[in-house]
Design a protein around this ligand. Sequence first.
Ligand code: G3H
Length: 483
Amino acid sequence: MASNVSELTTYMAYLEGEWKKSSSGETIAIQSPYLRQTIGYVQAVTQDEVDDAITAAHNAQKEWAGLSLSARGEYLDRWADELVKNSEEIAQAIMQEVGKGFKDAQKEVVRTADLIRYTVQEALHMHGESLRGDGFPGGDQKKIGIVERAPLGVVLAIAPFNYPVNLAASKIAPALMVGNAVIFKPATQGSISGIKMIEALDKTGLPKGLLSLTTGRGSVIGDYLVEHKGINMISFTGGSSTGRHLSKQTTMIPLVLELGGKDPAIVCDDADLDVAVSSIMNGAFSYSGQRCTAIKRVLVNERVADELVSRLKAKVEKLTVGSPEVDSTIVPLIDDKSADFVQGLIDDALAKNATLVTGNKRENNLIYPTLLDNVTEDMDVAWIEPFGPVLPVIRVKSDDEAIEIANKSEFGLQASVFTQDIDRALAVARQVEAGTVQINGRTERGPDHFPFLGVKASGMGVQGIHHSLLSMSRERVTVLNLK
Ligand code: G3H
């Protein structure tokens, strides 16, 4: 599956069930964010190869959809087993390629295996419905509607760098389980992890052509894939600007988008500050804040702001900073451009008189955790998603003001509210425009069987295992007209 070139591996693309070199003769160098060097090469797949992969996918899909649910599930269960068996190697790839701490990378692989197994079980336990014609005024009792789920055809799964295995499998597994074929396009940084994950799938003996993995340049195959007439559904996780672009490019095909966020932690004046501090720390800084669901701003009642900020400061200064190989919480960002972007947000806030509580130190793409207080609405960091370890604190006078600032954001992924009064928590939760509001907990996608969605610029459609099975299939209605 791989060949050595100058001690580095050149990975093959997985096209039509074979590991192949691209006919382009070109490869893409994959950089490690913390080793700051090339760690391998992946194939730069061509548009012709995309065409062939999609044709093969359609051919294989017909037979696949004819298999029983349990037969499809057996392949997926074997995939989960293979992932667990190879979890060390896959976690190593994730760590090197996207700079995620090794233990977190291992957790990602195990979480993925659990997700796949749950997807199988969920699909096995989903059932259709039947309707009586005479349920409608003037209806005929001899008419019976049978509603089942049917696959859509070929699903394009586009995964981000930050969960190169989990957020790929959370699209691939439901797509396959409901009878689709898949074209999988990993993020460039994330391709090697994606390849390792598909090597595990390939070991299950999956029918040839049912899934192809197209690594390549976005400029060559990105738009081409998305606009391809052979694609019947797209599931994308990534930035909001790309999501917007996708929704303009596609016509008349279902699209599920998981995009950016600016998740607020609303801290009321009666909050248990121990709970708030530990949730905010974990929510804001794990994996250097490179999570769509990271806490990206704190809206704290001014009566408890000094106390909260001083407790956060103490914790931020204890965060481990350095290498993912020793499981540091703060690791180098995915690339230098991302670090420049985060630094720009910090610089802008400080120029506009935010208070630097701690941080604002940088070594290449390693940004030290930075806590900013007295952030005001004229500062970019109040609104823009950094995808890095900077946490702005905005002081508010009331819950209403917190809700107003929370909702002024273009994003609406998740939010947290910290209070010991459940009525107050629910009142805030019901007014915040977000897919999910966490009461006294950090913002996060899991557990993976919960519905997961963003509103406004944070997404379209719903994920989570059950909803992904629904969005990757359609109703098939058959009507019995009895004599
Ligand atoms: O980055 C986007 C992910 O969906 C976040 O997942 O909340 O499990 O870290 P997570």
